[in-house]
Structure formats: C-alpha cells, structure tokens
Ligand binder design. Structure first.
Ligand code: SAH
Length: 523
C-alpha cells in the first residue's frame, strides 16, 4: 500500500539529477551523465560547464543559466536551490549540471540537502574533478610512486569571498601533492602561507589554466616564483594551482603533440550529421564544438512524395543530393510499407560519397556519382546519361541547385523536382560568438552553403571577417566568402579532405611560427 502511494507521488513530482560534467572536454562526461542530459526536460547550468556539453541536451529542453556572466551578479545559492525544487515540483526531469564533480567544491551537498528537505527525489552522478583530470591533460600525474603518495584538494577561496583558513603547516609538512582550486586571485597569499610554514621555495609548482580545452596552458615554476609568473602570464580563471614534486614532471606531455592541438573547431552541420566529422577532428586533437546551425525538417505536407511513390514505375532515374533526402525518402517507404524492390528498375544518382554512404546503409549502390561532388557536376554527368523523354525524380531540399534541373531538361528529361524537406536555422543563446572568434585558434567548418547561412543568422551582428571558414566545396566557400569570412576550401568534397585541410593549415601555422599560443607549452 505504501509502495503504491510512493509511486503515485513520484508520478507527479519530478526528479533532480546532480550531474558532474567533468572539467570541460565534452567527452569527459560519464555515460550516465550524457544519457540523463539527453533525456532532461530542464537543464540548469553555470559557467563552468563547457558549451559543448550543453549540446548533448535535447533541443526541446529548457535551459536555465544560473551562472555568473560578465557584468552580472551570480545567482545566490538559495535561489538556485529554489529553482531546482520549483522545476521538480512541476513534474519535470531536471538535470543540474555542474563542472567537474558535483561534490568537490561544487555545492552539490547544499543542493542535495535542499532537495531532501523539500521532499524532492534526487540522484547524484559523479564527474571527473578538475583537480585530477586537468593535471592529466597537462602531463602531470597527481600521485607518483617516487614523488607523491597523497593528494590534497584544497579551496583557496571561501564561501564569502574572504581568504580561507588553510592549515598550511600540515600541507607544508605532508609531502603530498596539493591542488588548490579557485586560487587565481589568491595565489600570492597561498604561496606565502606555505613558505611561512617552512615549505621550500624551490618546491615545484604549476598553474594549469583552462584544462582539457584547446586553450589549456601550463605555467611551471616553484612555490617561490609561481605567483609572479602567474601574474606575468595573465592567468585567467578557471585554473588550478598544483604544488609538489610532480609539478615538474616532464615525461608525460601528450595533449599538445597532436596535429590539431590548440585548435577549437565549430562544426556547424545538422546534429545527426556532425558525429563523424567531430570524431575525425577529435582524433587529430582538436577541441570540437558541435554547433548545428541548421536543422532538417521534413515538409509538413508529405503528399508530393507519396504521389511520386504511387507512380514510381514511370520514373527511370532517382537523384539524391543529400543524405537527408535519402533518409526522408526511405522513411516514407517504410511508412507506406512499400517494398524496396519496387525501386528495382530505377537508376540511382547521388551527389557525393556522404549521400552514397547513406544509401549503402540500405544495401543500395549508386549508378552514378560525379567526379566533383556538387550540383553542377552532378547535372553535367547526368545530362550525359539520361535519354530524352525519361522521367527523373529528385527528392531534395525545397531550395536546391537549379543548374541541376536545367541541365537535365536541356538533355530532354522530364524532371520532378520534389521538395521533401526544409532547412531551418538553429541558434544557441549560450554560445558567445564574439568571444569564441576573439582567438585565432577558433575555426568554423562548413559542409554546405546552408550551414553558412545558418551560422551567419545565429552569429548576429558579429564581425564575420574574424571567422576562418574551412569549407567542403566551392559552393560552400562562395557563400562564406560573400559573408566576408576568411575562406579555405578542401581539396575534394569529403569529410576526410576537410579534416586534412585543417591539419595542413595547423601545420603551416606552426611552421610560420604564427601559432598563437602553445597549448601546453611551458612558459
Ligand atoms: N566541482 C569542480 C570544482 C568547482 S570549483 C570540480 O570538481 O572540478 C571551481 C574551480 O575548479 C575553479 O576555480 C578552478 O580552480 C577549477 N577548475 C574547474 N574547471 C577547470 C579547468 N577546466 N581548468 C582548470 N581549473 C578548473
């Protein structure tokens, strides 16, 4: 009986998940955290959580920013607690996303206590704390058999903003690795505290800034001089200060050795299409921000496709100009329970290898792929193959390349240019375009002219001449150029070639000594 009451109650009340997002790299969130984020109806986040991780959330979720933004005051903890309680009471599935681990100086304890008091069910999902994850990305093991047998994680900042009461003597005498969080503004005091309690000024120390991002930096010194160095290097938050023999560890650098280390690349293609490109870029060491600027929306009135399928026997060719076209066409067949063998008489043309790949998932292989993957070349190649009077079906985006249709009509074909989807623009309020492109290490990648248009729309009034645009083909590059971006084009219109372009550009920058900042170079 009581079980039943409980179930009824939880049907009405939502639940809050306190989820650790990890130090910043989007792939350092746990599998559980990512799943919950995908399922969440409300996502409550603050500034320590990387933009990229927010992209894992659903586009239907409500995003609530409770972090301090420049010029704005932080939202008091009490108010954050109330937001969590309020949203859960509405019956929502709430993810409270927190940088690193929610319970390591993350006030997760306070939030959990408030939820418990309010009778709201909650779960805690641990995350990789920056205190341990950031050193590994900068080549420092926090423990080492010969150098450190303990790790102390210490706050260098008190709740009310004053200096914390740190027991410097035990830290100075302990001989372990000390990791100070929130210490950028108090580093001088903290080092003085250690020195006063007898720590050697020669003890290695390091400041690790913006760890696990493309902008990560390691500044190495000693307890005696690290504060001065940090000021000289204008270290910004977030950064951790690490004290102990391991801070001088040299043999483990790996992050900066990869071809695209230090580069942040915005991938603008639709969400469901960005995975492979993002993976290829991450493989080469780039930080990737998946920022789908467009979304594929099947046309509301799908009648046209249905009619075309009724009369599919009359067509000789079917032409696909994008993977989305293939997917929507296939979905329509499925809905109608129409057998794929009804297409057996058709010749199939596709615009390029991505579209061919989508078709292959289906066990179909195209009869024609143009040498260059664009609409003009596809039209040219097809014009040489179709016979006068043959019917050609092109299920594609509402606004497609017109040369393709013209070339086919000139060749005497009867073309049915069938809009099956619209391209809608997406934008993300939490992405600060100006800030992203203030660094020359941030590049944008475009795989179609519509992704460029979507980007321009969502970037608002930003100065687009600051954008370095890596484009898949001439058409895309043309659009980016017209928008005023600095444009580069891949050798061939494939994702691999686009990634190779980035790798070559990065290598050239390094060669020219123009690389802005060594990602984890010591200073
Ligand atoms: N719960 C978090 C810590 C929150 S306190 C965790 O487990 O990591 C915030 C402090 O964490 C920052 O002031 C900084 O010292 C540290 N920090 C968080 N992310 C960081 C990053 N990417 N690089 C360096 N330090 C980071």
């Amino acid at each position: 009986m009581s079980l039943e009451t409980d179930t009824q109650k939880s049907d009405k009340t939502g639940k809050v998940y306190l989820v650790g997002a990890g130090p910043s790299d989007v792939e350092l969130i746990t599998v559980k955290g990512k799943r919950l984020l995908e399922e969440a109806e409300v996502i409550v986040y603050d500034r320590l959580v990387g933009n990229g991780i927010l992209m894992w959330g659903s586009r239907h979720a409500r995003y609530i920013d409770v972090g301090k933004r420049s010029g704005h005051h932080p939202i008091p903890q009490e108010e954050i607690n109330q937001i969590l309680v309020r949203e859960a009471r509405k019956g929502q599935k709430v993810v409270r996303l927190k940088g690193g681990d929610p319970l390591v100086f993350g006030r997760g304890g306070e939030e959990a206590a408030a939820l418990k008091k309010a009778g709201i069910p909650f779960e805690i999902v641990p995350g990789i704390t920056s205190a341990i994850g950031v050193p590994s990305y900068l080549g420092i093991p926090v423990t080492h058999r010969d150098m450190a047998s303990s790790v102390h994680i210490v706050t260098a900042h008190k709740k009310d903003g004053s200096l914390p009461d740190i027991h410097y003597r035990s830290l100075a005498e302990g001989g372990g690795t000390i990791v100070f969080l929130m210490g950028v503004s108090t580093i001088g005091n903290v080092m003085a505290g250690l020195l006063e309690e007898g720590m050697s000024p020669d003890m290695p120390a390091a400041v690790l800034e913006r760890g696990t991002t493309s902008a990560q930096r390691k500044i190495v010194g000693t307890v005696g001089d690290i504060a001065k160095k940090a000021v000289r290097e204008q270290v910004q938050s977030p950064a951790i200060i690490l004290v102990g023999h391991v801070a001088a560890f040299q043999d483990m650098d790996w992050y900066g050795n990869r071809p695209l280390a230090g580069k942040k690349i915005l991938v603008t293609r639709p969400r469901e299409r960005s995975l492979r490109l993002a993976a290829l870029l991450r493989e080469e060491g780039a930080e990737v921000l998946e920022l789908p600027t467009i979304r594929i929306a099947p046309v509301e009135d799908g009648e046209g496709l249905s009619r075309a399928l009724d009369g599919i026997g009359a067509f000789s060719w079917i032409v696909f100009t994008s993977p989305s076209g293939v997917r929507i066409f296939r979905e329509e067949l499925r809905k109608r329970r129409q057998d794929v063998r009804s297409l057996a008489h058709l010749k199939i043309a596709v615009i390029g290898e991505g579209t061919a790949g989508e078709l292959e998932n289906w066990g179909l292989y195209p009869d024609l792929v143009p040498e260059q993957y664009d609409g003009d070349h596809l039209g040219e190649a097809l014009a040489g193959c179709v016979k006068a009077g043959e019917k050609v079906l092109i299920p594609r985006a509402r606004i497609g390349n017109q040369t393709l249709v013209r070339r086919l009509e000139e060749a005497g074909a009867q073309v049915t240019d069938l809009p099956v989807y619209d391209t809608e623009y997406e934008s993300f309020p939490w992405v600060e375009y100006d800030r992203e492109f203030a660094s020359k290490n941030c590049w944008a990648m475009f795989t179609s002219a519509s992704t460029v248009r979507g980007f321009v729309k969502s970037a608002g009034d930003m100065d687009l001449s600051k954008v370095t645009a890596l484009c898949i083909g001439e058409m895309t590059a043309g659009e980016a150029e017209r928008a005023g971006m600095q444009t580069f084009t891949a050798a061939r219109a494939t994702l691999r070639d686009l990634v190779d372009l980035a790798v070559k550009m990065a290598a050239k920058e390094r060669e020219d000594g123009e690389g802005q900042r060594q990602p984890d170079g010591e200073k």
